[in-house]
Write a protein that binds this ligand. Structure first.
Ligand code: NM2
Length: 539
């Protein structure tokens, strides 16, 4: 056990913040819940607009960068080849950024929109049916993936172009903050990022566990109790702890591969044995609806709620704002990961790749799984909405799958897939958390450190599950995500500043793919500095 490698101030501060939040929540669940919900109302009520502005700004920023000179910079040297082929690159980035929540929401999200549509649309009306399958895709679509990609820009840039192995968010904002990064401000940035990720993971695990529990109940007949859920959570944690312990090559990669093939199987099965034509048509129509209403959906708040007879739906707070916050807290982590696997690509390829393949993955999940359920509802084969309102969403998800042929088998596969999906997100999260609390990462973070954060990551979800209704769970991401909003701004700025500096100093500025030669740019900068010093000899 090499304690010298640990960055103790960051380690301890993160732990203290986590305990300071979880312990009071666990000891006073009722008051805790009230407080969390109050914080949520305050955040979304007052700052909701910031989240929506941020989402759209991230999207616009990435498109801008992709088409600018900076987008043509290659991540690596002139002769560095792409480290991963495009398909495995796309699969890995999807598996890292997406956890079991996609199984949850892809199956059931439409049912919420069907009953509680936006824009003052009549619930359960034909208009509501149009939006129900589309909105889920929007919330997991290009804006969401843009939020994920933004932090990857500075991190990948520093990693492959400036060749500084940065595994800390604080290091990625050094071009903007300079020496301030070495003050407690640097620690605060890393701790806030860690706390955000733990909040987002809290939402994920607290949503995923009851769904897995319903699956286990369906397979074994055991009743769903708090004990059962706690055991499931511990078993899942143990699986991803083992995976994180075994490291990137063995644990994490093996699980990701299994994850991919199992997901392809489940999607293929539902598509073939479900209403294939309805699924294809509805998905396609949804895409058109989203393109047509893109800005309306991306900007919709309810400024007139409760005046002049506008009724308040709470839709923006419960959904779009919540979602952007949730993607936000995961973003720096996914950025670290996407950066790691993108050597040899240009910035532009990285941007379009994540936005395109990420969205495509979401479209497949929501299009196939969601429309299978919607079809059951509309044809009257199974009243999903009625069942959900009575028994809760996790039970409704399993009930929908029970309408498939070979139901018992499919529920089992789905449950296993949910566990693996959880594990692939959580093993890499604990991997990154442990990397952030080390001064230096030699090949991989220390093993005990990885194990420690794997179990720590479980703390907040456990507490949340005890107190949690859906709103409280969603809140964890929103509240923990607020500071990350500002960190994202710094990350974008930092990327522009560093890459512009290098571009200015670079010789091959005009060629279509730009390779930054570090020795050359450094020399230029040094002589520029010397020239400055010559001018002001007194300084
Ligand atoms: N996002 C993609 O729970 C998960 O699937 C992890 C969730 C941010 C909505 C990420």
């Amino acid at each position: 056990m090499n304690k010298d490698l640990i960055d103790w101030p960051t380690f301890i501060s993160a732990l203290i913040l986590l305990l300071a939040v979880s312990i009071p929540l666990a000891v006073f669940p009722e008051a805790g819940k009230e407080f969390v919900n109050m914080a949520n109302d305050f955040m979304t009520g007052n700052f909701g607009v910031l989240y929506l502005i941020f989402g759209l700004a991230a999207f616009a920023f990435l498109i801008f960068v992709a088409f600018s000179k900076n987008g043509h910079i290659k991540l690596g040297d002139k002769d560095s080849e792409k480290e991963f082929g495009t398909i495995s690159w796309a699969a890995m980035l999807f598996a890292a950024g997406i956890g079991s929540s996609i199984l949850y929401w892809a199956v059931i999200e439409w049912a919420y929109y069907y009953q509680g549509p936006p824009f003052g649309i009549e619930p359960e009306s034909n208009e509501a049916i149009n939006y129900a399958p589309a909105y889920g895709i929007f919330h997991w679509g290009p804006i969401a993936w843009a939020i994920y990609t933004l932090p990857a820009l500075p991190i990948a840039y520093f990693y492959y172009v400036r060749k500084k192995p940065v595994l800390k968010i604080s290091e990625a904002v050094r071009p903007v903050l300079g020496r301030l990064v070495d003050t407690p401000l640097g620690i605060i940035i890393d701790v806030l990022f860690m706390f955000g990720l733990m909040g987002g993971a809290g939402t994920t695990l607290a949503l995923g566990t009851p769904m897995i529990a319903e699956g286990v109940h369906d397979i074994t007949g055991l009743p769903v109790t708090m004990t059962m859920k706690t055991i499931i959570m511990l078993v899942c944690t143990t699986i991803f702890a083992i995976s994180a312990y075994s490291g990137l090559r063995r644990g994490i990669k093996v699980l990701s591969d299994v994850n991919l093939w199992l997901a392809v199987f489940v999607l293929g099965f539902i598509f073939i044995f479900g209403p294939s034509l309805f699924i294809s048509e509805t998905t396609f129509t949804s895409l058109g609806l989203i393109i047509d209403n893109f800005f309306k959906m991306a900007t919709w708040l309810e400024p007139f709620a409760n005046v002049r007879g506008f009724t308040e739906t709470g839709f923006p707070e419960s959904w779009t704002i919540f979602y952007w916050a949730w993607w936000l807290v995961y973003a720096p982590f996914v950025g670290l990961f996407v950066a790691r696997i993108s050597r040899g690509r240009t910035i532009q390829e990285m941007i379009f790749g994540t936005m395109l393949y990420g969205t495509l993955g979401s479209v497949l999940f929501f299009g196939i799984m969601g429309n299978f359920g919607l079809h059951l509802q509309l044809t009257g084969q199974f009243d999903v909405v009625g069942f959900m309102n009575e028994n809760g969403a996790p039970a409704a998800i399993i009930a929908i799958l029970n309408q498939l042929p070979l139901a018992g088998f499919m529920v089992t596969v789905f449950t296993v897939l949910a566990i693996i999906f959880l594990a692939t997100t959580f093993d890499s999260s604990s991997y990154i958390l442990s990397a952030v609390v080390q001064k230096e990462v030699k090949a991989e973070p220390l093993r005990w450190n990885r194990l420690f954060w794997a179990f720590t990551l479980c703390l907040m979800p456990l507490v949340l599950m005890f107190i949690g209704d859906l709103q409280t769970l969603q809140t964890a991401s929103i509240v923990a995500g607020f500071p990350v909003l500002f960190i994202m701004g710094l990350l974008a700025w930092s990327f522009m500043k560093a890459s512009n500096e290098d571009l200015r100093a670079s010789k091959n500025y005009q060629s279509p793919t730009i390779y930054i030669n570090r020795r050359e740019t450094r020399k230029k900068r040094r002589s520029a500095l010397e020239a400055l010093e010559d001018k002001n000899p007194d300084d």
